[in-house]
Design a protein around this ligand. Sequence first.
Ligand SMILES: Nc1ncnc2c1ncn2[C@@H]1O[C@H](COP(=O)(O)OP(=O)(O)OP(=O)(O)O)[C@@H](O)[C@H]1O
Ligand SMILES: [Mg+2]
Length: 361
Amino acid sequence: MGMKLPFMKSKGMLGLDIGSSSIKVVEISSGSKGMELLKLGVAPLPPDAIVQGDFLNVSAIVDGIREAVSMSGTSLKDVATSVSGHSVIVKRINLPKMSREELEESLAWEAEQYIPFDVSEVNLDFQILGYGDAGETEETMDILLVAVKKELIGNYTAAIVEAGLNPCIVEVAGFSVENSFEANYDPEPNEAVALVNVGSQVVNINVVINGSPAFTRDIATGGSQYTEEIQKSLSIGYEEAERMKKGDGASGTSSQDVIPQEVEQAMRGVTDVLVGEIMRSLDFFSATSEESQIKRIMLSGGSAKVIGFQSAFQERTNIPVEIMDPLARVTPSKYFDSEYLSEVGPSLGVGVGLALRKADF
Ligand SMILES: Nc1ncnc2c1ncn2[C@@H]1O[C@H](COP(=O)(O)OP(=O)(O)OP(=O)(O)O)[C@@H](O)[C@H]1O
Ligand SMILES: [Mg+2]
């Protein structure tokens, strides 16, 4: 499900994930032989290019897209991309039963009360999840309502066009993660699985049951919190703090013994806060859902690799936490270094889901 855009469509769709720390480009072919990873490109972004979803440095973003595309070697031009953050609203709503046409006509009016923006400022989309509710006298329907600020979509499409590509699909990042989860795993019927994508500035949460989103929410936090905390506690720059966070060691520091311990402590503190924030959302789902409780948590995003994060998360929730492999069933064509693939793998949850979208969805 996503926003249809008035651009030319063809069959091959390039997955383009414009993350705040890096841009990922993914091309996958899916045919009788299964899914094959054809192209992959990742280009880092400076930390101030995208802040809180705002495109602060458009030329750096456009350059990043171009760089990721050229690194991948893809010749596809049609792009599926995703948006997330506070300008994206996803809500499950219950309405009196009506036809699809009637719903299309009354959507803006119905949506008004569920979104914190004026309906004229957003693009609206919906999916009918099901009909009727046991115990209801009136016939009803369950709708998944999606509202995305036009301004946000405008920023994305403008940057993509400037980089020489055709934006065809813009969807919600949590749904892209769901798409790659469903392509690579076989969840049990009626099993609630929490997909948690921990990026740099955003955490995308999507609880899915039977192939439908039951609860979707983005939290404005992520792995950049570690970097900032390390920068503050050691008075060092971004690049060095990033390296330390990833356990790549410190360059040019005098006291090698003291610093890792300080870093470790700072990181543990951030993990506690981050896990707490994610827990609050999962608890909210559990408290308000009449459906199944969460049985499994699939962790993705670059920050899933933070040392101790997965185990701390599992300890707090008491639910098994696995690191999702978006390429579990995607066979790499022979050109890819397997070490590199397992290194970037967790951060491809969104990009792989996008690459698997078809133009005529
Ligand atoms: N080995 C590692 N250990 C710790 N953190 C890591 C590691 N590898 C990557 N990260 C962190 O993961 C984050 C990037 O993840 P990802 O690519 O999923 O984010 P993004 O899509 O660019 O950002 P967002 O979606 O939040 O805008 C960065 O904060 C990066 O420092
Ligand atoms: Mg991301």
